[in-house]
Design a protein around this ligand. Structure first.
Ligand code: ZN
Length: 208
């Protein structure tokens, strides 16, 4: 545990000085250009992979980079409220849904109820990805080839969540007026490559 405190000490006494001016400017306000919706996975580092600085990305992370369908509710809605804040209060220009390779959340879709019995909230959360699983299970090739099934699930999930964003009335309105961009990215951990979803061609192409 001590390494956590050591890290904080090193940040505040050394690293912070490199960014002092930036942080002083950010001290009283933020105006991020993009909302980044990524997986909670420890290997995804949004600022690193986009070469952005503090203040540029408003970030939501959850298991499998999920965007719940829009609904009004009296519940405490974490992802929904963060989307609302980013779009309506901060007026972000871009929303990025970033999925990734070897996603444990996407893989968990194929675990049995018994295997998920100790993680009931994870199981419930992943119901939001279930339409993807149902589509995949209709394809006999994907049922057999579990390696391919893995990355197809991860990619289809990105597209599914991009579509969920359009169920938010205020996002749909801005999207139709071309006031907001919705991007889908697929990040491959071991190569550092990111593929962007081409809405016309319905496929992911490498960003280079
Ligand atoms: Zn993941």
């Amino acid at each position: 545990m001590d390494y956590l405190f050591e890290g904080v000490k090193e940040f505040s006494t050394k690293d912070f000085n490199h960014f002092r001016e930036l942080f002083e400017g950010l001290g009283k306000k933020q105006s991020p250009h993009s909302l980044f919706i990524g997986c909670s996975d420890s290997r995804i580092v949004p600022h690193l992979i986009t070469k952005t600085l503090p203040g540029e990305l408003f970030i939501i992370r959850n298991i499998a980079n999920v965007v719940p369908y829009y609904r009004s509710s009296e519940e405490y809605l974490s992802t929904t409220s963060a989307v609302e804040y980013a779009v309506k209060m901060l007026n972000v220009e871009n929303i990025i849904v970033c999925g990734h390779s070897n996603c444990g959340g996407c893989n968990a879709l194929y675990l049995s109820d018994d295997e998920l019995k100790e993680t009931p909230h994870t199981r419930k959360w992943l119901e939001l990805v279930r339409p993807v699983k149902e589509r995949i299970e209709k394809d006999p090739e994907l049922v057999k080839d579990t390696v391919k099934r893995e990355w197809v699930t991860e990619q289809l999930n990105i597209v599914e969540q991009m579509n969920h964003l359009l169920s938010y009335p205020y996002i749909l309105e801005r999207y139709n007026k071309k006031e907001i961009n919705i991007l889908g990215w697929y990040y491959i951990i071991e190569t550092g490559e990111i593929f962007n979803y081409d809405k016309e061609e319905h496929l992911f192409t490498i960003i280079e």
